[in-house]
Design a protein around this ligand. Structure first.
Ligand code: HEC
Length: 126
């Protein structure tokens, strides 16, 4: 009886630890994503201000090319792509393949960097 209680207690502790470790992994991805965002995207984009490229706050769930205060290419403003983790991944890997005629002259080849930047963008509050 005593023994099984102790086992139960240990199992609880273990699963709590796993849950915390899992959270930590996500937090690390977001933190790396934030740094990578400023390094890889910061020359053209910012979160809250349109620059060479459009601002990114509220990106997830938005239709591509739908900000009213940014001058998109015709290709992007007529696109019906909706930004999700999947479409963003395809866009960053090869924007021209996803939306031919677009004007973002940049590709991010590294899968892990794309994933971290997307993890960061997903967490941005509206
Ligand atoms: C060399 C400049 C440049 C770099 C670097 C760049 N972008 Fe862009 N980005 C643009 C331009 C220009 C557009 C507008 C494309 C159009 O209108 O066809 C754009 C558009 C976008 C869009 C579409 C947004 C919308 O409102 O539909 C997303 C998403 C995006 N960029 C993400 C990124 C991310 C993430 C990075 C970094 C990994 C990045 N871009 C790096 C120039 C850049």
């Amino acid at each position: 009886m005593r023994y099984s209680f102790r086992m139960f207690f240990l199992a609880c502790l273990l699963s709590l630890n796993l849950a915390i470790a899992q959270q930590q992994v996500v937090a690390n991805d977001v933190e790396r994503g934030e740094k990578l965002y400023s390094r890889r995207c910061g020359a053209c984009h910012s979160i809250d201000v349109n620059r060479i490229g459009p601002k990114h706050r509220g990106l997830l769930g938005r239709t591509a090319g739908s900000l009213t205060d940014y001058d998109y290419s015709d290709a992007l403003s007529h696109s019906s792509v909706v930004w999700t983790k999947e479409t963003l991944n395809a866009w960053l890997e090869n924007p021209q393949a996803l939306i031919p005629g677009q004007k973002m002259g940049f590709r991010l080849k590294k899968e892990d960097e794309r994933q971290d930047i997307i993890a960061y963008l997903v967490r941005l509050k509206d």
